[in-house]
Design a binder for this molecule. Structure first.
Ligand code: SAH
Ligand code: SF4
Length: 342
């Protein structure tokens, strides 16, 4: 009999499941409290459960989503990468970004990614499979258990979250829920390369989540060269749908822009990016390319990064620059997937 992982279930679902096994529903609530509030996953440590219930549950559930975990801190301690082996042997990565007073977790939503952006190592690795709900939830749990209490979650690890919509949003509900990790929705961000059907579904579902859109290039022809998703999900249409989404709620949209030298860094490119930001009332987050031997692009110089920022400021567009972190441990944006290449 295969074991059920309760981390894929909501509390009412788990309560119904234990009831079916002849166990009182409050046991489900106790287990959720241990897992989500105390980061305990060993049934034997759940001391308020009777021995017989524990024994019974050991034959029915598992709270282990991962076969192995390797934790790699960066030299400057600003980031910690977790290389995770899933139960089927496939590998994913997630990264804890250490801020002064809090920790942000960059989670993966898929093993690999089918979108194939030409500047992203995860794209180079290709698509293996979608992650289950418990495999997403367990990334947060893993960080909490390793002593990095997570306050913010960004879906900027491996994969395109809107291509694994059901599992990603069920996991978000557990991250957000009072019976889950109870993180504010304000502290959860989904980043997308612009998958139209997914954004339309966000609108239909009235999912008011913080959204970041990875632009690549605001010019459709140039964008298609580095982001093949443009062919079926034209940025012009994406922009219109994003504007509709913005009208539904008052969170500011973020446009992520990975700078590739000689590809999307001309004054004209930046003006078009600025125009898109103004149209969407969005802020821009500049990310200099994290280079890799398998990626055929180079970053811009740090002084040019400042030039780009000033160009956007001149258009009155709010800009932040995301500094590279954890680069030497391949934990930076677009570097996830290294473990698949070796
Ligand atoms: N699939 C989603 C989320 C994961 S990628 C998306 O594309 O939005 C997270 C961010 O990393 C995206 O903004 C992406 O453009 C950026 N990125 C990808 N490869 C990168 C690289 N090599 N250097 C810097 N940023 C990169
Ligand atoms: Fe996938 Fe995002 Fe990488 Fe593109 S940038 S290949 S969408 S993970």
């Amino acid at each position: 009999m295969s074991l059920i992982n309760p981390l894929s279930l909501t509390l009412p679902e788990f309560e119904a499941q234990v009831t079916e096994w002849g166990i009182k529903p409050f046991v489900a609530r106790q287990i959720f409290r241990w897992v989500y509030q105390s980061a305990v996953i060993d049934l034997d440590q759940m001391t308020d459960l009777s021995k017989s219930v524990r024994a019974e549950l050991k034959d029915r559930i598992t709270l282990e989503s991962f076969k192995a975990v390797e934790v790699v801190p960066s030299i400057d301690h600003s980031a910690t990468k977790c290389v995770v082996t899933l139960t089927d042997g496939k590998m994913i990565e997630c990264v804890v970004l250490h801020e002064k007073t809090y920790n942000t977790l960059c989670v993966s939503s898929q093993c690999g990614c089918p979108v194939d952006c030409k500047f992203c190592l995860t794209g180079v690795v290709g698509f293996k499979r979608n992650l289950e709900v418990h495999e997403i939830v367990s990334q947060v749990l893993l960080a909490n258990r390793r002593g990095f209490p997570i306050t913010n979650v960004v879906f900027m690890g491996m994969g395109e979250p809107l291509l694994n919509y059901d599992n990603v949003f069920k996991a978000i509900d557990m991250i957000n829920s009072e019976t889950g990790f109870h993180l504010s929705k304000r502290n959860i961000t989904v980043s997308t390369s612009g998958y139209l059907a997914g954004i339309k579904r966000l609108i239909a579902d009235e999912r008011h989540i913080n959204l970041a859109f990875s632009v690549g290039n605001a010019n459709p022809t140039k964008r298609a060269r580095i982001m093949p998703i443009e062919l079926r999900n034209p940025i012009m249409e994406v922009a219109k749908v994003l504007a509709d989404y913005q009208r539904q709620h008052n969170r500011k949209l973020t446009l992520e822009y990975t700078l590739l030298k000689g590809q999307n860094d001309s004054e004209q490119d930046i003006r078009e990016l600025g125009n898109l930001a103004l149209y969407l009332n969005a802020k821009v987050n500049l990310i200099n390319l994290n280079p890799h031997v398998r990626i055929p692009f180079t970053p811009v110089s740090s002084s040019y990064l400042g030039v780009v920022r000033d160009l956007l400021h001149r258009q009155k567009v709010p800009v932040t620059i995301r500094f590279r972190r954890g680069q030497e441990i391949s934990a930076a944006c677009g570097q996830l997937g290294e473990s698949h290449l070796t």
